[in-house]
Design a protein around this ligand. Sequence first.
Ligand code: PEP
Ligand code: MG
Length: 583
Amino acid sequence: MKKEVKLSGIPIVSGWGMGVAYFVGRAVQQTSTVSISRQDVGNEIMHFNEIREQARKEYRQYITDLSDSSTTDISILNIYEHILDDPAFIGQVVETISTKLYDLETSIRLVSNDFVKRFESAGTAYFKERSSDMVDVCEKLISYLYNDDGQAKSFVEPVVLVVLRAFTPTDILAYDKSKIQAVVTVSGGKTSHAAILARSYNIPVVSGIRNISESIKPGDQLLVDAEKGSVYVRPSSIVVARYKKQAIDLSALNELKRKWRRPVYTKDGIEIDVLANISLPEDISDAHENGADGIGLVRTEYLLSNRKEMPSEAIQYEYYKTILEKAGNKHCVIRLMDIGGDKVPQFFDMPLEFNPFMGWRAIRIFLERKDLFESQIMAILRAGNGYDYSIMVPMVTTLQEWLEAKAFISQIAQRAGVRMPRCGVLFEVPLAILEMSTFMKEIDFASIGTNDLIQYLSAADRNNAKVNYLYNPIEPAFLRIIRTAIRCANDNGMPLSICGEMAGNPIHTVLLVGLGLRRFSVIPRSIPVIKEIIANISYAEASESTSHINAIESTEDMAHWLKTLNKRLLGDVLQKLPITVDV
Ligand code: PEP
Ligand code: MG
């Protein structure tokens, strides 16, 4: 057996996990094979022709979009089309299906591997490139085989997903999450949407691993230490034994969970709400178990993941009804679809953008494609009748946008014959938060989306581990903006939460309470921990201590000050928590 290899990357979601390497982003690198019976041969070949046609259409569309709007070299897309029509490629896939009786996916993969071997042995740079084109095309073809019914694909054994490109939310949602022990990826930051999902499902992630495919092969056993950012390929029994001993203290966590299924007050009696951020209806039971005081954010765009078509109003209605029923008497904030950026549903005809996070996203799509959002809003309003819920709109930049969105929601409410729900803004664009006071008369509540707000304020992509050092929630200038926003809301009696990842990191709890925050919205499993900390803080003492942040100028000084503040106000509460606190 080959020796253990240790790789280093950046810890993105803490924890550790062990499983077999399953490659995502290069489907053709899998090793398992699936056989078919002779009767299925015709169907598999027909399906092959269909997905080639589907890919051809998609490439043509790219070509049209690109030739209108850019100077990009589109010759690569022409090469992809050639591969799709190449008689040698088609013939070999058909032959593999019909003579070896392998299913379509296995056949594409085997043929692709064969071509790649031949291209690579030619040795020239030109043929090496052709081999990666071949892999891209085959990966696209195979991806169509998976995007059928919106159902997650399951694994037999525990796996570690090895993502050979940017890590996306679909990488988690497309598979049975209970089998994913960890994720190893080339790129992705701590607050990328994929990382947020992984965190809420307790899946450790290490990013920034270079030359992955040279060091890891499909089927290798991997042990991922996402506390330190290490990945052990074929770990030795000594390493495995060491990790097994460190398994988190589940019983202590469960005890905290039980303890905090009730409201929390600071030591001086101020009630603080700790709500849950969820993505799927099944997350609600997790929210209840962890003692959520309500649901502070439903990321509804995950309803669209893995779907070929926009779900009908009836399907959406069922989805919201389930969520609201499960939330019971707890308040639920439903956010309208935040599509765009790194979340583009397959069915959505998104024009190619060079800077998607700065582009057509969320409310910007909503106001232009009201037809698409109308069914979502109607479904929410109908399902929400009789429930305690509100609607939140993401990515609002200007008051005009907000007024137009609100007027549209009100129009639909009238049409549906239901009352207008409370509607609020997710403040995550700098222009909006800096002008929060002008929104006050027009909104029913506010929430701060620090994940996006930090990236837009610091011009550091939340998905890019390379610029992670600039993406910092304790940057003094950022904290001053947060403080002003909280003050503005409190002075206006406006309910305000923070629902970005910042609110779920225990190291920030004292600070945020001190800045005046009364409502946290975090992933369910962070709730008991955040409540435990709140119960150990005096509100008055925290506010008095944080009044000095104006004088702190550098991030280093802020980090040092924050550690001292936590120590002074909490003693060893953080150290005693049954989780790793990421300082
Ligand atoms: C945020 O930006 O902080 C937020 C809550 O929204 P999302 O992470 O879904 O972009
Ligand atoms: Mg956001």
